[in-house]
Design a protein around this ligand. Structure first.
Ligand SMILES: C[S@@+](CC[C@H](N)C(=O)[O-])C[C@H]1O[C@@H](n2cnc3c(N)ncnc32)[C@H](O)[C@@H]1O
Length: 260
């Protein structure tokens, strides 16, 4: 399927262990507040295993999650029977490419959390995605894009970082993860490499080398112009999940755009 990324296909079963919500700054309260503010129905692009989708549905949002990875969605689907029936009924899952979709419904609020927009590796792909969102939004609907602002000093090129080393007794494994990055600045691309050792409790280890490419955004005006070309006006840029304004020192860029 177009838009599928090997990393999520092969390692979907390790995603929730590595990127569970307690590991990161809390974005869930932010998304719940925005869903209430902008109304529904809600569309989450690149919903993955439902880390954000499910809390929004529990908070009352009628939400569609779109993702290109069958493996990530399969894990999401397995979680649904554990939810109350009214929560389950609020969730619709669709497999598809965020660069080109028509869901047969008009949404009040669409968003793409946790840097997933950066998986679109070219300006052309980014614009295809923004135009697809535009087609699927109601008049005056809102689209929010949440990406990190790259910090090239903190992440020097070709330097290995140990970003995870943890035991997961519930899964009977330990994961050790090293990562490094290479930059291709003329294309605004980050080539991220991951070296993961998955170790059983008996000490048997399997080493996996994987990675993906991201196209970074670091200039608000670049995103503003792109959104405008695709029929949106940029209303706000937040720099964190507490609704603080974006400043040059912010680690996040959260763009709030309205369909013109
Ligand atoms: C970092 S995960 C985010 C999952 C979830 N939103 C979260 O916050 O935990 C990125 C997700 O983007 C999806 N993805 C990447 N490119 C995509 C595309 N072109 N269309 C749809 N989904 C895509 C991947 O399959 C993966 O599930």
């Amino acid at each position: 399927m177009p838009g599928e990324i090997e990393f999520y296909k092969k390692y979907a079963n390790l995603y929730d262990l590595q990127w569970s919500e307690k590991d990161r700054f809390d974005d869930l309260g932010f998304w719940v507040k925005l869903a209430k503010r902008f109304g529904g129905p809600v569309l989450e692009l690149a919903c993955g295993t439902g880390r954000v989708t499910l809390p929004l549905a529990r908070a009352g949002a009628r939400i569609t999650g779109l993702d290109s990875s069958g493996e990530m969605l399969a894990i999401f689907r397995k979680k649904l029977p554990k939810e109350k029936s009214e929560v389950r009924e609020r969730v619709v899952l669709k497999r598809g490419d965020m660069r080109d979709f028509d869901l047969g419904e008009r949404f009040g609020f669409a968003f793409v959390p946790f840097n997933s927009f950066l998986h679109l590796e070219t300006v052309e792909d980014e614009e295809r995605c923004i135009r697809a969102v535009h087609r699927n939004l109601k008049p005056n609907g809102v689209f929010v894009i949440d990406v990190f602002k790259p910090d090239f000093r903190k992440w020097p090129e070709k330097t290995l970082h140990m970003d995870l080393s943890r035991e997961y007794p519930e899964a009977g494994i330990k994961i050790t993860r090293l990562s490094s990055r290479e930059y291709e600045h003329p294309k605004q691309q980050i080539h991220a490499h991951y070296y993961m050792d998955v170790i059983s409790m008996e000490g048997k280890a399997k080493r996996h080398e994987t990675g993906f490419t991201l196209r970074y955004i670091w200039d608000v005006n670049e995103m503003k112009a792109m959104l405008e070309r695709c029929g949106f006006s940029l209303e706000k840029v937040y720099g964190d999940y507490k609704f603080g304004p974006f400043t040059p020192l912010s680690e996040k860029m959260i763009f709030v755009a309205r369909k013109k």
